[in-house]
Write a new protein. Structure first.
Length: 72
């Protein structure tokens, strides 16, 4: 029973951390003004954790623990 409670608390903490990162990313994006017309190194480093290139798709992993797959 103790292990179950501890695992549940760990999962809740992880979920809360993900929510916090998503909220931070959302607030950061809301603060951005104007259209993005060229590559912005600072923006990429702040938002993206990793990009993986496959033969037929790209996988973009954001620091907010979101993953996006793009077919090419």
């Amino acid at each position: 029973m103790r292990d179950l409670k501890q695992n549940t608390q760990v999962q809740n903490a992880e979920r809360q951390g993900k929510r916090q990162r998503i909220e931070e990313m959302t607030e950061f994006l809301k603060e951005q003004t104007g259209d993005l017309i060229e590559y912005d190194e600072q923006l990429v480093r702040r938002l993206i954790e990793k990009i993986t290139v496959f033969d037929n798709k790209l996988t973009v992993e954001f620091k907010a623990s979101l993953k996006l797959e793009i077919e090419i």
